[in-house]
Design a protein around this ligand. Structure first.
Ligand code: NAD
Length: 260
């Protein structure tokens, strides 16, 4: 029970990586807030956890909305007596060559990934600082926090930006015992990635199989996808680590696609 009675606010936790982190944290005794744009899916994911004996609620939130983030974090803190862990994970992908990228899509990407990270951080830090029991902030970066790929300009830009935010939170949060770290996964077969396979095949003029083999997994050491559980185990380590010794870091979990 590495997270006994810790309250974890996890964005985008109705699906994919966030959902798996919620499952792993719940097994370790955390009280889970599934914060997602998709309220029905958030409630369903929370109900699945409750059925296993865990404490969990679903809350509706669009992480790009200041009002909604503040309200959702306040609701979560009221329900479970504060916030100990933030996993800022909600994200989407839009792929186009830069010369064809619409400004609206660029802004949408930065809003979800960067505004969302800032707004949830600000709202949760207020609780963590006031509670005086420390805390852990975890950002879902990507190998694209370190590397670029074609067609992903705003995603790569935003994921690099999260590292700057993380380092600043690590410095400001230290005196409150609040740590901040970034997880940088390689490709994980979630709905976000399933959607990209046919899109990239079309844009690059290759088959879906070739996208997986020659684009997504080309640089890995073994041609394997990273799994949601691989990422969730790293999220557990960051959440449970007890001191400021491990803060301001970004850890790549990608089957060796990117080596630091
Ligand atoms: P996913 O599509 O399975 O889940 C994303 C969740 O975020 C969904 O439940 C969706 O409803 C929610 N969401 C989207 N926009 C939102 C908003 N504005 N407000 C609140 N919730 C919102 O995707 P995933 O693959 O699990 O991705 C989760 C995170 O992991 C993202 O930040 C993504 O960039 C990152 N990531 C994914 C991969 C991968 O290969 N899947 C690799 C590296 C990083």
């Amino acid at each position: 029970m590495q997270l006994k009675d810790k309250v974890a606010f996890i964005t985008g936790a109705a699906s994919g990586i966030g959902k798996e982190i919620a499952i792993v944290y719940a097994k370790e005794g955390a009280k889970i807030v599934i914060a997602d744009l998709n309220k029905a899916a958030a409630d369903a994911a929370a109900a699945e956890l409750v059925a296993t004996g865990a404490q969990a609620i679903g809350v509706a939130v669009d992480v790009t909305s200041e009002e909604q983030v503040d309200a959702a974090v306040a609701e979560a803190a009221r329900a479970f007596d504060g916030i100990d862990i933030l996993v800022s994970n909600a994200g989407i992908q839009i792929v186009h060559p830069i010369d064809e990228f619409s400004f609206a899509d660029w802004k949408k990407m930065l809003a979800i990934h960067l505004d969302g990270a800032f707004l949830t951080t600000r709202a949760c830090l207020k609780h963590m600082y006031a509670q005086g029991r420390g805390g852990s902030v975890i950002y879902m970066g990507s190998v694209h926090s370190k590397e670029a790929s074609v067609l992903k300009a705003p995603y790569v830009t935003a994921k690099h930006g999260l590292i700057g935010l993380c380092k600043t939170v690590a410095k400001e949060g230290a005196k409150h015992g609040v740590r901040a770290n970034v997880i940088c996964p390689g490709f994980v077969r979630t709905p976000l990635v399933e959607k990209q396979i046919p899109e990239q095949a079309k844009t690059l003029g290759i088959t879906e199989e070739q996208v997986v083999k020659n684009v997504m997994l080309k640089e890995t050491v073994d041609g394997e996808f990273t799994t949601t559980d691989d990422v969730a185990q790293v999220a557990l380590m960051f959440a449970a680590f007890p001191t400021n010794a491990l803060t301001g870091q970004s850890l790549v979990v990608s089957h060796g696609w990117f080596m630091q």
